[in-house]
Structures are given as structure tokens and as C-alpha cells.
Ligand binder design. Structure first.
Ligand code: ZN
Length: 222
């Protein structure tokens, strides 16, 4: 190959493209398909989601794929019965459609309910929340912690999640110092099934195959 050919190949591989979001502002989508470090994900069909029963979510509705919802309910029941949690775990944000992800992503930081979280929101079409397998946890009472990572991660409820969530099929998508260069999110977990044989696990593992191969979770489910 000539040097011109190399140059052309380099430009094709390395050039970012712009995706229009936020009414004209743009997010850079790299040639590997990632945007701001986040991998591309579609949006699960609404008919493939189930709504959480009362007591699962702290705000509004929480919808997930049925197998993830069942696992979440088992996890929350176990947490509620364990005094080591020191508080109560809830789902804060579950499935987010492309539209709601764009609204969350584009919300000006000053107006965001929590600036610490808004800077970690993935661009629309690039959120694990679109799959119906991912959710953010929170704990109440809030204890003044809000969503600051280190403070949240130090809380007993989140230490409990690190020890126990994998037993229910959940792994931490964005651990501290992740090579994906996505902000550490102690509250954000994705369901992949506690074992490969669990109903629904194969589909979840297919959807997250690239993420799990290139940017392993921690704790992760092997
Ligand atoms: Zn999240």
C-alpha cells in the first residue's frame, strides 16, 4: 500500500463523525462506534418491558426486561432483610428510551437535579439503559450523599451491592478507573444473569458481549 493509501485508511479509521443531538449540539461518535466512551446500544421495544411493582422504584416508574425485573425484585428483597444494608435500596432509573436519554443528556448541567450525575450520562443511543437490562440504584435515607461516587460507594448499601449483586446476575458496568474511560458509577449495574443457563441470560450477554470483552465490569460475572 502507498503512503497515500495508508493516509486514506488512517483517516477512514480514525475520523470521528458528528451525531446531531440536543437540537444541534453534537456528540462525537468515533469510528469504533463509541460516543464519549459509551458503546452503541439500541432501544428495546416497549412491549418487551415490564413495570416494577410498588416499592421497587423511588421515583416514577421503573421498567425493565422481565428477567432483569425478577432478579431486581429478588435482590431488593434480600437487601431489605439484611441489616448490613443500613437503609433501603431502591431503583432510581431503569429503562430509558432514546428520547428520554436525549432529554437527560441534553439537560443543562446547572438545571440538572444532580450535576454530579449529569456529566456521566451517556449520549442517546449509547446508554445501557436503552437495553432494558440496566438500572441505577439509590439508597434511602439519602444521608446527604446524593450521587457523589466515593460517598455513595462507601455506604453500607453499596458495599452490600458489591458483595451480593452478582449473585442476582448484576455486574458493575463502570468500575473506578475503567479502561472504557467512562465515569465511575457505583450505582449503575447491568443484568447478565448469574449463570449462562439462566433464562434470558444468553440474550443479555449477547447485547453486552463487546462491553464485557473489551471493558470488563468489576465486580463481574464470569
Ligand atoms: Zn445508569
Amino acid at each position: 500500500m502507498t503512503w497515500r493509501g495508508f493516509l486514506l485508511l488512517f483517516l477512514l479509521v480514525a475520523s470521528p463523525v458528528e451525531a446531531q443531538v440536543c437540537g444541534g449540539a453534537s456528540a462525537i461518535v468515533m469510528s469504533d462506534g463509541r460516543a464519549l466512551g459509551h458503546l452503541p446500544y439500541g432501544d428495546v421495544a416497549s412491549r418487551d418491558l415490564v413495570a416494577a411493582p410498588p416499592g421497587v422504584a423511588i421515583l416514577g416508574t421503573c421498567r425493565l426486561r422481565p428477567e432483569a425485573m425478577a432478579a431486581l425484585q429478588r435482590l431488593l428483597a434480600a437487601a431489605a432483610g439484611d441489616p448490613k444494608v443500613e437503609g433501603r435500596l431502591y431503583a432510581l432509573s431503569c429503562h430509558r428510551s432514546i428520547e428520554s436519554q436525549e432529554a437527560t443528556f441534553c439537560k443543562p448541567r446547572a438545571e440538572a437535579s444532580d450535576g454530579a450525575r449529569s456529566i456521566s450520562v451517556a449520549p442517546p443511543g449509547h446508554s445501557e439503559h436503552g437495553t432494558g437490562y440496566a438500572l441505577d440504584f439509590t439508597v434511602r435515607p439519602a444521608d446527604g450523599c446524593r450521587d457523589a461516587e466515593a460517598c455513595m460507594a462507601a455506604r453500607p448499601a453499596f458495599r452490600w451491592l458489591r458483595e451480593n449483586a452478582p449473585h442476582f446476575g448484576f455486574e458493575l458496568s463502570f468500575p473506578p478507573g475503567n479502561v472504557q474511560h467512562v465515569k465511575w458509577e457505583p450505582w449503575h449495574w447491568r443484568w447478565v444473569g448469574a449463570s449462562a443457563n439462566e433464562p434470558g441470560a444468553a440474550r443479555a450477554r449477547f447485547i453486552f458481549a463487546r462491553a464485557r470483552r473489551e471493558f470488563p465490569a468489576d465486580p463481574a460475572i464470569r
